[in-house]
Design a protein around this ligand. Structure first.
Ligand code: ZN
Length: 247
């Protein structure tokens, strides 16, 4: 089985369309979505409707989906994120808001090899920023491979017995990560719609369970169009600017 893995699309329709086009040539069977379909970007309805139409085989909510749908308050959000999520709540149609509100929380077990979560397997809203966070997540996994999002950073960690490794991803893409037998892997495909690892290209991954490998990809998309949409909707300028920097 080949899974296309998308996370943190964040209402960026330009990035989503580009990724789907590139991924279409990579012959995947099923789609996994790790949450944060909306928030920050200018096209929450278009993104929700596009993802719905793709009928993902697994789809979990992110923190922005919860707040954007009115399931949770924006209390923990910074001023810019709060501004954007209030705009998102108002912009969403009732139907799309209801659909987002009903998304399940992670973690979600996909098959014998894979599980998905938004933040971590022990807390959907927690971030994996450092080795300690990663170790805690690796020890909470129910499957050998956990695909996660939330940080918007394409990254990989592995645990083989007691040996912990951080997979540095500073090489060219696509980058194939073999899934070693007997190891646990914690992998972030990066963010489709708002990368924060210094590379403005949209991040995504393909998980191939038969070949036992996950391949990390980046796709160049029309950033300026996404920026223009953000400015046209009156969302904070900084949300447009950061797309060009990938921060
Ligand atoms: Zn996010």
């Amino acid at each position: 089985m080949r899974y296309l893995v998308l996370s943190d699309i964040h209402a960026n329709m330009e990035a989503l369309e580009t990724v789907l086009e590139v991924a279409g040539d990579l012959a995947y069977d099923r789609l996994l979505v790790l949450g944060d379909l909306v928030g920050y970007g200018a096209d929450p309805n278009a993104v929700v409707e596009r993802v719905r139409a793709l009928a993902p085989s697994a789809l979990i909510r992110g923190n922005h989906d919860k707040v954007g749908a009115g399931v949770e308050s924006a209390e923990g959000f910074n001023a810019v994120a709060r501004n954007a999520i209030r705009w998102t709540y108002d912009a969403l149609t009732t139907e799309n808001r209801t659909w987002l509100a009903a998304l399940p929380a992670g973690p979600f077990v996909v098959d014998e090899l894979l599980e998905i979560c938004h933040g971590t397997p022990f807390d959907e809203d927690a971030y994996v920023f450092d080795d300690l966070d990663a170790l805690r997540a690796l020890n909470a996994m129910q499957r050998p491979v956990c695909l996660f999002g939330h940080t918007h950073v394409q990254v990989g960690y592995a645990l083989t017995g007691d040996q912990f490794t951080l997979t540095t991803l500073d090489e060219a893409r696509p980058l194939v990560l073999p899934l070693a037998d007997g190891a646990r892997h914690l992998l972030n495909p990066g963010s489709v719609g708002q990368p924060r690892d210094g590379d403005p290209r949209a991040g995504f991954a393909i998980a191939d369970t038969k070949r036992r490998e996950v391949t990390m990809y980046r796709a160049e998309y029309p950033v300026q169009k996404a920026q223009a949409r953000i400015l046209a909707e009156g969302l904070p300028d900084v949300l447009a600017q950061r797309l060009a920097r990938g921060r």
